[in-house]
Design a binder for this molecule. Structure first.
Ligand code: 5GP
Length: 180
């Protein structure tokens, strides 16, 4: 393991087991629906790829890429759409697939934006969620793991584009996580 990594927080087996459970719940909950998964690039790609293979009902997949202004380790809440959806989501049951919800500001923006396109339903599935006051108003339907307020990398999460390919979720050494 790299010297920049403090420790492994969630290992491969735990992730696999939880993703399987989440896929099962989603398959049951959306069995007679018109499910469209919206992956948020780039962090959610690994989670989404594993999750869809645990969903046993017909689905569609689309992607959005957003960038929040701020440093690489802290969200500012001002979100810019870098890539919009290819598909029209009107009348569809949309599930936003996120890697991690921290302050919830990115998600808040996405929910507002997608809601205006009149989906039949709009919910959120995130692998990780940090505990934060601002999240309480957000409707996260599926959450893989609640995590401590550390800067995490691996399983899609990056630090300056590094470590997305780690199979585990790890904490970065705190001295490297500089908030501005
Ligand atoms: P929020 O708007 O909820 O504060 O932050 C959401 C986004 O910030 C995530 O989609 C992710 O891109 C980034 N983020 C938040 N916490 C972490 C973290 O611990 N590690 C990494 N790599 N990104 C994070």
């Amino acid at each position: 393991m790299s010297k920049e990594i403090e420790k492994v927080l969630i290992d491969e087996e735990k992730i696999k087991k939880r993703v399987k459970e989440m896929g099962k719940s989603i398959s049951e909950d959306y069995k007679d629906k018109n499910l469209m998964l919206v992956g948020v690039l780039r962090g959610a790609v690994i989670f989404l790829a594993d999750l869809v293979r645990e969903i046993k009902i017909p689905i569609k997949i689309d992607f959005m890429a957003v960038s929040s202004y701020g440093s690489s380790t802290k969200t500012s809440g001002v979100v810019r759409i870098l890539k919009d959806l290819n598909e029209d989501i009107k009348g569809k049951d949309v599930l936003i697939v996120e890697d991690i919800v921290d302050t919830g500001l990115t998600l808040k923006y996405l929910l507002k934006n997608l809601k205006s396109r009149k989906p039949a339903s709009l919910d959120v599935c995130t692998l990780l969620k940090k505990k934060s006051e601002q999240q309480t108003s957000l409707n996260v339907k599926y959450c893989g793991f609640e995590v401590p307020d550390k800067f995490l990398v691996g399983y899609g999460l990056d630090w300056d584009e590094k470590y997305r390919n780690l199979p585990q979720v790890c904490a970065l050494k705190p001295e490297l996580h500089i908030e501005d």
